[in-house]
Design a protein around this ligand. Structure first.
Ligand SMILES: [Fe+2]
Length: 178
């Protein structure tokens, strides 16, 4: 089952999607940061899989550069629902909204986004307005989505050397819903 889940990383993990690291390196760095921060297994898995939608949406590597919002967070969360509980899928579903939230609420957050994140932000609706901020705050897993967003933002280092995918098999296995 894990082989099927992780097959997109074997097939497309070497793609970049506008960042200076591959999708696989980005995923492994995010998972490692979550682990180092003392997160539980569901958040480590969410960090590892948060861009799963990029690997499976089938719209190509540079979709944001063409002005297309692939809604990768929804695509990924929906696909992962058959394998994982909501504590894994919902932070993933809302990690783009968390970026929009932080752009509105945290001084300096926008300035530190990667160029690719700035580009996609415009396609994703930009910084949240007051109504959107209120709505986002009432969602389940808002705090987890924000923490996931920070691991995401910090996982774009070309020189990082995180543990490999195999390291996370036990974590993923422990969370599988069937
Ligand atoms: Fe990401």
């Amino acid at each position: 089952m894990l082989h099927k889940l992780l097959q997109p990383y074997q097939q497309y993990g070497n793609l970049h999607y506008g960042e200076g690291v591959t999708e696989l390196a980005h995923a492994l760095q995010a998972a490692h940061l979550a682990q180092e921060a003392g997160e539980n297994e569901s958040m480590i898995a969410a960090a590892l899989l948060h861009d799963y939608g990029h690997l499976i949406h089938g719209l190509g590597e540079n979709v944001a550069e063409w002005g297309v919002n692939a809604n990768h967070e929804m695509v990924g969360a929906n696909a992962l629902e058959k394998w994982f509980p909501t504590c894994v899928t919902e932070p993933i579903r809302w990690h783009v909204e968390a970026k929009r939230y932080l752009c509105s609420t945290e001084m300096g957050y926008f300035d530190n986004l990667s160029p690719a994140s700035v580009l996609s932000l415009q396609l994703q609706g930009g910084a949240m307005n007051p109504e959107e901020l209120e709505e986002f705050s009432t969602l389940p897993f808002t705090k987890e989505a924000i923490r996931l967003r920070r691991y995401d933002d910090q996982s774009k280092s070309p020189s990082a050397n995180p543990p490999d995918l195999l390291t996370y098999y036990p974590v993923l296995k422990s969370l599988l819903v069937k």
